[in-house]
Design a protein. Structure first.
Length: 232
């Protein structure tokens, strides 16, 4: 008897085109040939198995990785990871990376003249709980210039990677902050053509989450759009 595996379809119409000319580097890296559709095997339809103890509670607090407090304003970012049918995705890996409060990444390729922070790497990870809930403590990232066009500055954002229940569900995206004046000028933000989908990349200020005299809070739920389908 052969093993029957589910397949996963990519959500249509919501993700940005692979080639978005206003976002210049996509012109070179986008495929110029039709995509080759690879068959989905057991590896593709299962999620990463991380093992006990690989992700520590402290990995979710980006303000506690150094010998001292990082500079900038503390924020809490929390939300739920849901599947395309609105069900929670438990025990799934959520990874984040971001610039520091001055808008600089802890990375050898980032050399613009903003200060590094010895107490801030900008990297964190957490597993969702049984209700798909995740929570980070971090620093609000600064904006940074990126040379794509004249006077190009990225809106403040946090990069997210979410695995879901299968490798084929993996979503790499960015979370933005409400009211950013740079939204109309950012070709990465605007490469998502659907205005409703763009709005879903913006977190909501969460006054109830705010810890008095410690930090403000933001809510950001993520729906992994791919839906399991029966194997062909
Ligand atoms: Fe970035």
């Amino acid at each position: 008897m052969s093993l029957i595996l589910p397949g996963y379809e990519r959500p249509r119409g919501l993700h940005p085109p692979l080639a978005s000319p206003a976002y210049k580097s996509t012109v070179l890296r986008a495929p110029s040939q039709p995509l080759v559709v690879l068959p989905q095997h057991l590896t593709e339809v299962t999620g990463p198995l991380l093992g006990e103890g690989r992700v520590k509670d402290s990995d979710a607090d980006l303000t506690a990785q150094g010998a001292g407090e990082p500079l900038g304003q503390r924020i809490i970012v929390h939300g739920r990871v849901l599947d395309g049918d609105g069900r929670p995705v438990p025990d799934t890996l959520v990874e984040v990376w971001q610039a520091n409060a001055a808008g600089r990444y802890h990375h050898s390729r980032d050399t613009w003249p903003a200060p590094l922070d010895p107490n801030f790497t900008g990297a964190g990870r957490v597993l969702t709980d049984s209700s798909g809930y995740y929570r980070f403590t971090t620093i609000r990232p600064g904006i940074y210039p990126w040379g794509n066009h004249h006077n190009a500055w990225r809106p403040a954002h946090i990069h997210f990677s979410l695995f879901g229940t299968a490798f084929t569900e993996r979503l790499v995206t960015q979370m933005y902050f409400p009211g950013d004046p740079l939204f109309p000028y950012d070709p990465i933000f605007n490469s998502v053509l659907d205005p409703d989908a763009r709005a879903r990349m913006i977190a909501t200020y969460d006054h109830d989450l705010t810890a008095p005299e410690i930090s403000t809070g933001y809510r950001w739920d993520v729906v992994l759009g791919s839906t399991p389908v029966e194997a062909a």
